[in-house]
Design a protein around this ligand. Structure first.
Ligand code: FES
Length: 568
């Protein structure tokens, strides 16, 4: 078969001479003879993305596998996003990373790609890029870190930061003790060890069929990750030879499998926007309501923080994702294939649960219905989401008086004021934090509770926003409200004192104010000052709402791998 890279390297003219000559830096001449697939390793390793800093080592194992299978591996550093470092929020840059990677995959003489990601936005941006170019591709998730301990108890990355910092604010933990926990939080290389967004998206990538089955959740320092990376390199060459593309793997059935997986593992709400964005790139018909339809009735089987107790290392030890999926095999689409060419369900043969405290049996779930609920109503005509597994059951049906904040800065300025008119029945409403308003839809939807309520022992309240929430966070938090306030959604017209009505069972989120009165109010659309240049300006002008994945409108749909013109 003729490989795509031959369009650069084959022939005896000046241009093929140039393409070959400049690449002859240690590559054997046989690399250009046309029978070896050229495999890019899209590598998000970066010192400023500490969760991915070990990916160069992973890349070396992938390279060995590619060589062994007769391919030519090529390291391709791509835009990397460190969730804890990048301001104003890594989500602002997800589409930039996806667009830059898409363009570099298309522009270069490659036949296939291995995608190395880990930290929250890296796997979504890589999958969006691969979906758009539609060259043979597979993901190697970088894996979670090992469990750290503080005072003899395990520490969950992120989740315990939120919990301990609230304890400091409540006066039940000293600041000194809190700061001492810092050096124990990150025990090893790898991404957050809770079922946060990084762990969720690794599981989702596998459920979509885009990893070598059995890879997701392998801890970053575990030698088996390098073994799987080597095998993934071999498989990448095979994928090219067989011509299997992401559009053949990530079908509607695969997305259904991803939604079942999301519920069964108690995954992050962020997966909703990422899956909608990836589906959009592929032209797969996926809507917000599919999450509710497909996820409803799926049991929560994994007892991991933030919804439960354990951590990713425990999940791997207990049998891993394949053992979880084996329990819900009947809910999976048997026709949805993986990068191996075989259905996901075939790869579950022999999967076993080794610790039923971590992975529950179907007959004994943590929750019978763990799907992410999609809410609608006069406050969220475009939809909003809530993760019931991370919420307080008694708050899932609630009516309370709104206490409205116009921005994150407004929260910081007023939340702990003794004069704030709030009690435990109030509903905290935060606006101006959607894709366009912030811009970038930050993870601030789980806004902290007012200090005076924490001191009274209150640990959860209903919160409503157009923001996202960290996958490591918890609480009765309604997120992704669409349209956002900055796009003129009803959230912009809510006032402090309005009754907010949440009814998760009925899938409703309303403000109990007559429509005529609500519509007559002047909307508060005070987002961040409108960006005047660069990516932020492009983003604000083109970003879609959360119910469409917060992608840029002109990136929806596949661009394919074709490049029409030579460079010389
Ligand atoms: Fe990187 Fe959590 S900060 S995965």
């Amino acid at each position: 078969m003729e490989f795509r890279s031959s369009r650069w390297y084959a022939g005896n003219d000046r241009n093929s001479y140039i393409h070959r000559a400049w690449m002859r830096r240690g590559l054997p001449g046989a690399a250009f003879e046309g029978d070896r697939p050229h495999i890019a390793i899209a590598n998000t390793a970066s010192d400023l993305t500490p969760c991915n800093s070990h990916l160069d080592e992973v890349a070396r194992s992938v390279m060995n596998g590619v060589w062994e299978a007769g391919g030519v591996p090529l390291n391709l550093p791509v835009v990397s996003l460190g969730e804890t470092n990048v301001r104003p929020t890594a989500m602002l840059w997800r589409n930039l990373a996806a667009m830059a990677t898409e363009e570099m995959l298309r522009a270069n003489p490659i036949d296939g790609v291995v995608l190395l990601g880990g930290c929250d936005k890296t796997i979504p941006s890589l999958l969006m890029a691969a979906a758009s170019v539609d060259l043979p591709a597979l993901v190697v998730p970088g894996g979670p870190m090992l469990t750290g301990h503080f005072r003899g108890a395990p520490l969950g990355c992120g989740t315990d930061v939120w919990r301990l910092s609230e304890e400091v604010r409540a006066g039940t933990l000293s600041r000194e003790a809190f700061l001492r926990s810092e050096s124990s939080m990150i025990r090893s290389r790898g991404h957050c060890n809770t079922m946060g967004t990084a762990s969720t998206m690794a599981c989702i990538a596998e459920a979509l069929g885009m990893t070598l089955p059995g890879t997701a959740g392998t801890p970053a320092p575990d030698s088996r990750l390098l073994e799987r990376s080597h095998e993934s390199g071999r498989l990448a060459v095979e994928l090219v030879r067989q011509g299997r593309r992401p559009s053949q793997v990530m079908t509607r059935g695969s997305f259904r499998n991803a939604i079942v997986t999301l519920a069964a593992v108690g995954g992050s709400t962020n997966a909703v926007v990422h899956l909608l964005a990836i589906a959009g790139r592929l032209g797969v018909d996926l809507s917000l309501d599919d999450f509710d339809r497909t996820g409803s009735g799926v049991p929560l089987l994994v007892d991991l923080q933030p919804a439960g107790r354990h951590l990713m290392d425990d999940l791997f030890r207990a049998g891993g994702l394949v053992a979880v999926l084996k329990e819900v095999e009947d809910l999976l689409d048997p026709g949805a294939i993986t990068v191996t060419g075989r259905p996901l369900t075939e790869h579950l043969e022999g999967a076993e649960i080794w610790d039923e405290d971590v992975i529950r049996r179907r007959a004994d779930p943590l929750l019978p219905d763990a799907g992410i609920a999609v809410l609608r109503g006069n406050l969220a005509p475009g939809g909003a989401v809530i993760k019931p597994a991370a919420a307080s059951p008694e708050l899932l049906r609630h009516r309370g008086r709104a206490v409205v904040f116009d921005s994150v800065e407004d929260v910081h300025a007023r939340l702990d004021s003794p004069d704030l008119d709030v009690d435990e029945t109030s509903v905290l409403v935060l606006r101006g934090c959607g894709p366009r308003g912030y811009p970038g839809m930050p993870e601030v939807g789980n806004l902290p509770l007012p200090a005076k309520l924490l001191e009274k022992g209150v640990r959860d309240m209903v919160r409503v926003s157009d923001a996202r929430m960290s996958g490591t966070a918890y609480g009765t938090v309604v997120l992704h409200t669409a349209p956002e306030a900055a796009a003129g959604g009803p959230l912009a017209r809510v006032r402090t004192g309005d009754p907010i009505v949440l009814d998760v069972a009925a899938r409703r989120l309303d403000v109990d104010v007559p429509d005529a009165e609500l519509n007559a109010r002047e909307p508060v659309m005070t987002g961040h000052a409108r960006p005047v240049r660069g990516w932020e300006r492009l983003y604000v002008e083109h970003v879609t709402q959360a119910d469409r994945g917060a992608d840029l409108d002109f990136l929806i749909g596949s661009g394919g791998d074709h490049v029409g013109r030579e460079s010389h």
